[in-house]
Design a protein around this ligand. Structure first.
Ligand code: PXP
Length: 237
């Protein structure tokens, strides 16, 4: 059975829309734990568009399940990661203009830099996952660098229309999943997973961890809005 890592970035996105104190991703993480999350995932971006340094610092103290920090190979964030020591760092690419992480990390094209970042994190006792497209060249590079885990980018699968195209993407994820495990690395996956498309991915042999954010936060708004309005209505009237 795969572990569920809940990505709470979107909670911080709503807070940052007003630069206020609510909703607090620290509260959200506690509620996610109550709901059964096996891990809390957050991305400290270079531009700090959602998660702030303060969030990571407090979450390190309060989260009792696995704390997974998504981060780019960026010196500023690397220094913070080595100081805060999340349980796991997931290395991702980052471009300022992107809406979300749009592709996997190009490990094969920057092996020396990724190795350097991995060494610093390892010295700090942080386990390392690499977020990769389901591409054998990238997976082999991750194996060469002895990553602890590879998180397969499921975006292409999630975007594919139901039918043969989606089936083909799922088969690719299965084959690449086997390659990751044969190389001795743990198999993770994430990006674009929803209540409708998650099950086939969760059922891939040896799937160890799924990281899901957008769909869970979107659903939380829908299942929580009615009660929130009721409470405000009571105060207003
Ligand atoms: N895994 C990684 C590496 C990501 O960058 C993201 C998006 O922040 C996710 C998983 C979660 O994706 P989604 O929000 O689409 O569930």
């Amino acid at each position: 059975m795969a572990d569920l890592g809940v990505n709470i970035d979107h909670v911080a996105t709503v807070r940052q829309a007003r630069r206020t104190f609510e909703p607090d991703p620290v509260w959200a993480a506690a509620l996610a734990e109550l709901g059964g999350a096996d891990g809390i995932t957050l991305h400290l971006r270079e531009d700090r568009r959602h998660i702030q340094d303060r969030d990571l610092r407090i979450l390190r103290e309060t989260v009792t399940v696995k704390l997974n920090l998504e981060m780019a190979c960026n010196d500023d964030v690397l220094a913070i990661a080595c100081q805060i020591k999340p349980d796991q760092a997931t290395l991702v690419p980052e471009r300022r203009e992107e809406i979300t992480t749009e592709g996997g990390l190009d490990v094969a094209g920057q092996k020396a830099r990724v190795a350097e970042v991995m060494a610093r994190l390892r010295d700090a006792g942080v386990s390392i996952s690499l977020f990769l497209d389901p591409d054998p060249r990238q997976i082999d590079a991750a194996a060469e660098l002895k990553a602890d885990a590879v998180e397969l980018h499921t975006g292409q699968y999630a975007m594919a229309p139901p039918g043969p195209k989606r089936h083909e993407e799922l088969e690719t994820l299965r084959r690449m999943g086997a390659r990751i495990r044969e190389a001795g690395m743990a198999l993770h996956a994430g990006h674009g997973l929803t209540y409708h498309n998650v099950r086939p991915v969760a059922s891939i042999e040896g799937m160890h961890e799924l990281n899901i954010g957008h769909s869970i936060v979107a659903r939380a708004i829908m299942v929580g809005l009615e009660q929130a309005v009721r409470e405000m209505k009571r105060l207003v009237s």
